[in-house]
Design a protein around this ligand. Structure first.
Ligand code: DGL
Length: 282
């Protein structure tokens, strides 16, 4: 396969990373994308560091074996605990996620921001460092969300139980005066319509998918893999503009470590179109 035709590998503990993949697709319409949902092992949030690291390395091996030229760790939890190990093992651009504490601290008017994420992310050294660097501008209140990832994995984005869980998680944040909520887990953007209904229009909701897609474009350019990058969107840098319209529409291939049929059933709603799902094996 020619160098320029190599795919980009994207993975998450499950379907959450599809919220990042949609930004990658929007910015890079010509790229071929591989997506792995580790649904047999979701959620990562309450698993040990060793377990998540082992899963991230195994999935990265799988993607690299399919000639991935870059990896997107579309999971805050896996980024927090495993990105260092991935970078040590693989010599290719690896882009990860982190909760948007900095933009939230800059945007808040009340001086209080709330971060919704998994315990794995919130307990990590990387998150502590993020708060140390950017938290001086605002009071940062963290909220682990046990059970919420599972609701999204089941495709329950607005049912009564999901609503009750979410209400319980945001109540202390709103009571403390948070006017900006950070979605620190890639599953949560799928709950944004429900969250918006619960918090009203005055509270800002920040996610990081678009920023990660922009970072990926930059890294591909630096690594000279940009001959086939075709950013879209109207805010392109000169580097990005050089590659506009370079290729026809790219393809997507989906894999799951869980039952492929489960992801196939969710793709029309979470991705916007149906697709066959390959098996990753456990
Ligand atoms: N979507 C993930 C994240 O961004 C992982 C959630 C989980 O599996 O606990 O943190």
């Amino acid at each position: 396969m020619a160098r320029g035709e190599r795919p980009i590998g994207v993975f998450d503990s499950g379907v959450g990373g599809l919220s990042v993949l949609r930004h990658v697709r929007a910015m890079l319409p010509g790229e071929d994308l591989l997506y792995v949902a580790d649904s047999a092992h979701a959620p990562y949030g309450d698993k040990s560091v060793q377990f998540i690291e082992a899963r991230a390395l195994a999935i990265a091996e799988f993607l690299v074996a399919r000639d991935a030229k870059a990896l997107v760790v579309a999971c805050n939890t896996a980024t927090a605990v495993a990105i260092a190990a991935l970078r040590q093992r693989f010599d290719l651009p690896i882009v990860g996620m982190e909760p948007a504490v900095k933009p939230a601290a800059e945007a808040t008017r009340s001086g209080v921001i709330g971060v919704l994420a998994t315990s794995g992310t919130l307990d990590s050294g990387k998150f502590a460092e993020l708060v140390r660097r950017f938290g001086s501008q605002a009071r940062v209140i963290v909220q682990p969300c046990p059970g919420l990832v599972e609701q999204v994995e089941q495709g329950d984005l607005a049912g009564p139980f999901t609503r009750r869980l979410l209400e319980g998680f945001i109540a202390p944040l709103l009571e403390a005066g948070a006017d900006t909520l950070v979605l620190g887990c890639t599953h949560f953007p799928f709950l944004e319509p429900l969250l918006r209904e619960l918090v009203g229009k005055e509270v800002a909701i920040i996610e990081t998918g678009a920023a990660v897609a922009r970072q990926l474009v930059r890294r591909l350019g630096e690594a000279d893999f940009s001959s086939d990058t075709t950013p879209a969107g109207g805010h392109e840098s000169s580097l990005e503009r050089r590659f506009l319209f370079a290729r026809p529409q790219g393809t997507e291939r989906f894999f799951s470590s869980g039952a492929p049929g489960q992801l196939e059933a969710l793709l029309p709603r979470l991705w916007g179109s149906a697709a066959a799902v390959g098996s990753l094996g456990r």
